[in-house]
Unconditional design. Structure first.
Lengths: 250, 356
């Protein structure tokens, strides 16, 4: 019988440790497929964050470095500066990259560091049990905003990709989602482009992926997808936020 | 013999790093350490290396973490407030066993402090600093040639033990001009490179990490680190002795103050006081072995420090409190004079002598 779908060579076979309905796993699978399709598994060094995806080094077949919460991009910059011919990517939650690691996010982009960052935005801190993140929406309930995020107290959510797109060193910025099969394909295309940008040495590339957290949202997997579509997608700027001419010509 | 040149302390460190094969430097400017990044920005690229001014010291040490994971020789340098920011990264480097060389040109503190020399970061350097039960190998040069030689050796030690090495100097040593012989680096031994990440080509993938969610695994890793620290304690204690052999009294001092203490010893000897000096060169591991022959023999000791009494705790332990140990200190960037130290020694150990 013809095999139509199998596990990517980019994945080790270690079972994902995510909750049922969590879309972290889909995003990791897409990255693995891209690494395989571009034939760069053996050239790639991943950098993992601290958060629910903090164990992604176990799931991939490429080399991996894991460090402190929020530091993945700075670590990735160090790796890439030491090994300019290798491919370096970071996989980070929204708290990791847009909260504790903001300074690295801004300056990695400003310097045009030739690495690829994948940001997974579930609008809260998943790993620690659903606290407010910089990305938590207005009025959204989390364990540290039990009455909903009051902007008078907690301020407004950050749309990091929009900020990054404004920096000259960032050449490709996309905000995508994995809520439908069509969007999953779109996400894969964006991730692939972000890696090709790095292969071509054009500059910094960021792909932000909207992701579900059924556990901390208190919703079923199905309801979570609906909630993401109805609440996150209207707030966050979606699509290709930036692609320089050189990137378009890739 | 190589000709001697006159150089600033910080520049000597930077030149030694280049000679030692340092290929990457990540830093953030702060007085009185800035000459290190400035010198390297000028000279390291010519030697095939990379210098990057990071967004802050947390970024700089995290970049070192990443670069060291690839097996490259990497260094960062800063001064007290910046070293505080590096503590997170140092804890992670120690846990992931990454060979990184870090320079602290100690200025005054706490807080923003001033630009003068202090030895106020002794506790931070030798007792942890960041979270977790780890140790840094801490080297304390006290003259130009040592700044050069110990910086070069720091890279070999970091590679040998897969541990961060801290070179602790201060605002005086960093800024002083002194002649130095820029000797070529002796050949390094071959170091194990079977752990580095550089792309899993033709081999199994490798992971550099420091998490241990199961307590059993956590204990095993801590035992592994403990064994390494024990080996360091056994093999790497270093110190210099100056007129210690027949001494009745010992000064214990490192770095800048040890320079002054040497003159104090000579002046005391001229007055008939049998004073000697033990100068720790490694602050961790603290050179306890240096005190073994003296703890039953001497009548007292005095530590001369630029803090309110930090190393004195280790000296008391090393002497097992068998003799009185006193502290003479200056603070806030001030340096003691030879005369005031000698007066303290006389007043403390030889009362009556002054009146003669
Ligand atoms: C310095 C530090 N502060 C806090 C934590 C605790 N912590 C672990 S993961 C995390 C938040 C992760 O959230 P996010 O990056 O959004 O990823 P998610 O788990 O939602 O995928 C926090 C606060 C830590 N590990 N280190
Ligand atoms: S807590 Fe949320 S983000 Fe984390 S694995 Fe579970 S569903 Fe996914």
């Amino acid at each position: 019988m013809e095999k139509v779908f199998g596990r990517s060579k980019g994945l080790s076979g270690t079972p994902f440790s995510f909750c049922p309905g969590c879309t972290h796993g889909i995003i990791m699978r897409l990255i693995a497929e891209v690494l395989e399709e571009l034939d760069i598994i053996e050239e790639t060094i991943g950098v993992s964050p601290v958060g629910c995806s903090g164990f992604c080094q176990d799931f991939f077949t490429c080399d991996f470095v894991s460090g402190a919460h929020g530091r993945a991009q700075a670590i990735g910059n160090g790796i890439k500066r030491a090994l300019p011919d290798k491919i370096v990517f970071t996989y980070q939650g929204d708290g990791d990259i847009a909260g504790i690691g903001t300074q690295h996010a801004i300056h990695t982009a400003a310097r045009g560091e030739k690495i690829t960052s994948i940001m997974v935005n579930n609008a809260l801190y998943g790993m620690t049990g659903g606290q407010m993140a910089p990305t938590t929406l207005k009025g959204m309930k989390t364990t540290t905003t039990p009455y909903g995020r009051e902007v008078e107290v907690y301020g407004y959510p950050i749309d990091l990709p929009k900020i990054i797109a404004a920096l000259d060193g960032a050449v490709y910025v996309a905000s995508v989602s994995v809520d439908t099969p069509k969007n999953v394909l779109q996400t894969k295309k964006a991730i692939k482009k972000a890696f090709r940008v790095q292969q071509a040495g054009l500059g910094f590339a960021l792909v932000s992926v909207l992701s579900t957290c059924p556990t901390n949202w208190g919703l079923s997997p199905q309801e979570s997808l609906k909630w993401l579509r109805e609440n996150m997608m209207p707030f966050y700027a979606m699509g290709e936020l930036k692609a320089t001419e050189e990137v378009k010509n890739l | 013999m190589v000709k001697k040149v006159l150089m600033k302390g910080n520049e000597i460190i930077a030149q030694a790093a280049i000679e030692a094969g340092c290929k990457l430097f990540f830093g953030y400017p702060i007085t009185p350490s800035t000459e290190i990044i400035e010198y390297l920005a000028k000279h390291l690229p010519k030697a095939g290396g990379t210098v990057l001014q990071a967004e802050d010291e947390i970024g700089a040490i995290s970049m070192c973490y990443g670069a060291a994971a690839t097996g490259a020789r990497v260094m960062t340098a800063s001064s007290s407030p910046g070293i505080s920011l590096k503590q997170e990264g140092l804890s992670y480097c120690a846990a992931a066993e990454l060979p990184v060389v870090v320079v602290n040109v100690n200025r005054t503190g706490p807080g923003l402090g001033g630009l003068g020399p202090m030895q106020s970061d002794y506790f931070q350097s030798t007792k942890g600093g960041g979270h977790g039960d780890y140790r840094l190998l801490v080297l304390a040069p006290s003259k130009a040639q040592e700044l050069y030689d110990l910086t070069m050796e720091a890279f070999d030690l970091a590679d040998k033990y897969r541990n961060p090495v801290l070179l602790l100097t201060d605002g005086f040593l960093g800024q002083m001009m002194e002649p130095v012989e820029l000797k070529p680096k002796p050949a390094s031994p071959e170091f194990d490179r079977s752990w580095i990440v550089n792309g899993a080509k033709g081999r199994k993938k490798r992971i550099i990490a420091s998490y241990a969610l199961s307590n059993e695994v956590g204990e095993a890793i801590n035992l592994h680190w403990e064994a390494k620290y024990k080996e360091l304690k056994e093999k790497e204690q270093r110190w210099e002795e100056f007129y210690a052999g027949d001494a009745d009294y010992l000064i214990v001092s490192y770095g800048t103050t040890a320079r002054i203490a040497k003159s104090v010893v000579l002046n005391a000897r001229r007055k008939g006081i049998k004073l000697g000096l033990i100068r720790p060169i490694t602050l961790w591991p603290f050179p306890e072995k240096a005190f073994l022959p003296y703890k039953e023999k001497i009548k007292g000791a005095v530590t001369v420090e630029l803090n309110t009494g930090q190393m004195i705790e280790d000296v008391k332990l090393a002497l097992e409190c068998k003799v009185p140990v006193h502290l003479y200190r200056r603070l806030g960037g001030m340096l003691p004079t030879e005369d005031e130290i000698l007066a303290f020694v006389e007043k403390t150990f030889c009362p009556g002598l002054e009146e003669v």
